[in-house]
Each structure stands twice: as structure tokens, then as C-alpha cells.
Design a protein around this ligand. Structure first.
Ligand SMILES: CC(C)(COP(=O)(O)OP(=O)(O)OC[C@H]1O[C@@H](n2cnc3c(N)ncnc32)[C@H](O)[C@@H]1OP(=O)(O)O)[C@@H](O)C(=O)NCCC(=O)NCCS
Length: 226
């Protein structure tokens, strides 16, 4: 009989937890449904999506961080990292509707700021570039998508509605409505228009690439003269 009561209590606690997450993380659940074609139901997202679990733990840890309970905040964040594979520093500032798809290997640093409706894939690092103190992590605008394995490093800003390609390494500011790919990241699209790297010397973030392009142009001209 006692066992039955314990089971019933555990079921009630579980149901309460699901209901609270469904209420308080409604926007995040809707974003996950909209952005992951594989998502079948809200219940599946609540129970099985590590990205959402990491976010629930982050909200709790962030509240404790703001109360200056740093150790407890970090403890929650590390326990969450153990189970989800996603490390969100409790000091980070995260807007509404963040969706971390797959999640494993995502690292979000202490002074990172993330806007609303951002999508991060597995292996994304929003990190620092060195041992500097103060604001040393990126600021990510609204509606930004950061592809799998991409690293966005330093106190830089990624403008609203931008796309960072998978495995890109971004170390300079990205204007709004841009697409950045490669290492180091270079802008390939802006305001919906493709940027031709051989003609454009303003948006190229990669000096080596720029030198190669210049050399290619000179070789082409010399060949034409012959
Ligand atoms: C960058 C991205 C957003 C595509 O943007 P897009 O505007 O549609 O770009 P296109 O596909 O037209 O490609 C533009 C150019 O960038 C190149 N490119 C695209 N993605 C790239 C990447 N991740 N790294 C390097 N180059 C890339 C293309 O080859 C193309 O080069 P070209 O102009 O010389 O032909 C997309 O390719 C990407 O990387 N998305 C991340 C998705 C992801 O991580 N999914 C994980 C699911 S589990």
C-alpha cells in the first residue's frame, strides 16, 4: 500500500513538473516545434529534448546567480551539463524562445548575451578569446541561427537575422541580415544578396583569402597581357 502511495506521489510530481514546464517554457517549446521538422509533439520536447532541459536548469541557475549564490548556481549548471552535454554559464543572459537542437557540446560563456528566437545547433561555442576579464563573450541578436560546430569568439556582435554556417569561426562583428561561413568567417550574403568575394573587399573578414583573391586577379591580368 505504501509503495502504491509513493508511486502515485511520484506520478503527481512528474505531472506537475511537465505542466509547469509547458506553462513557463511555452515559447521555447513552440520554437522547437517550428524549427525541428523531426519534433512530433510538445510532450516529446518536454520529456526528451536536452536543449529544453538545459534551458530549464539555466533559468534556475541564472536566478541564483543574480542573488549572488554563485556556487549553487554553478553547481546546478554543472549537473545540467553532466546530463545534457550543454554548458550554459549561469551568468549568461538569454532571451525568449532559444532552441538548442541536438545540443551536445554547446558552450555558452558567462558574459554572453543572446536575443530572442535564436537557434543553436550541436557543438556551438559562444566563447572568449583569451584571459581578458569583463565582457569577453559575444552578443547574439534576435532570430540568429548558428550552425553545428561554429565558434563565435570574443566580445563581438552578431546582428539580427544572421546565419553563421556550420563550423565557421567568427571573430569579428557580423552586420544584421548576413550569412557568414568559413574559418575565419567571411560574409557570403547580406540583405539577401550574394556577395562576390572576388569583387568585394569590404565584407571579407579573412585577410589570407583577400590576398589570394588579389593574386588571382593579378595573374589573370598578366595572362591576358601575354
Ligand atoms: C551557411 C548556411 C546557413 C547556408 O546559407 P545559404 O545562404 O543558403 O548559403 P548557400 O548554400 O547558398 O551557400 C553559399 C556559399 O557558402 C558555401 N557554404 C555554405 N555553407 C557553408 C559552410 N558551413 N562552410 C563553408 N562554406 C559554406 C557554399 O558552398 C556556397 O559557396 P559558393 O558561393 O562558392 O558556391 C548553411 O550552409 C549552414 O551551414 N547551415 C547550418 C546548418 C547546420 O548546422 N545544421 C545542423 C543540422 S544537425
Amino acid at each position: 500500500m505504501i509503495l502504491l502511495y509513493i508511486v502515485l506521489i511520484l506520478i503527481a510530481i512528474g505531472a506537475l513538473k511537465i505542466t509547469l514546464i509547458a506553462i513557463f517554457f511555452n515559447r521555447e517549446i513552440r520554437e522547437a516545434q517550428a524549427k525541428d521538422p523531426a519534433a512530433k509533439s510538445a510532450l516529446e520536447i518536454i520529456l526528451l529534448y536536452q536543449g529544453l532541459h538545459a534551458l530549464v536548469a539555466y533559468r534556475l541557475a541564472h536566478a541564483l546567480y543574480k542573488m549572488k549564490l554563485f556556487f549553487l548556481a554553478r553547481l546546478i549548471s554543472q549537473v545540467s551539463r553532466h546530463f545534457s552535454g550543454i554548458e550554459i554559464h549561469p551568468g549568461a543572459t538569454i532571451g525568449k524562445g532559444l532552441f538548442i537542437d541536438h545540443g551536445m557540446g554547446v558552450v555558452i560563456g558567462e558574459t554572453t548575451i543572446i536575443g530572442d528566437n535564436v537557434l543553436l545547433y550541436q557543438g556551438v561555442t559562444l566563447g572568449g578569446t583569451g584571459l581578458v576579464k569583463g565582457k569577453r563573450h559575444p552578443t547574439i541578436g534576435n532570430n540568429v541561427v548558428i550552425g553545428g560546430g561554429a565558434k563565435v569568439l570574443g566580445n563581438i556582435t552578431v546582428g539580427d537575422n544572421s546565419y553563421i554556417g556550420a563550423n565557421a569561426v567568427v571573430i569579428k562583428d557580423v552586420p544584421p541580415n548576413s550569412t557568414v561561413v568559413g574559418v575565419p568567417g567571411r560574409i557570403t550574403k547580406q540583405e539577401g544578396k550574394k556577395i562576390d568575394v572576388s569583387l568585394d573587399h569590404i565584407h571579407i573578414l579573412d585577410p589570407i583569402m583577400q590576398s589570394i583573391e588579389e593574386l588571382q586577379q593579378r595573374i589573370k591580368k598578366l595572362e591576358e597581357k601575354r
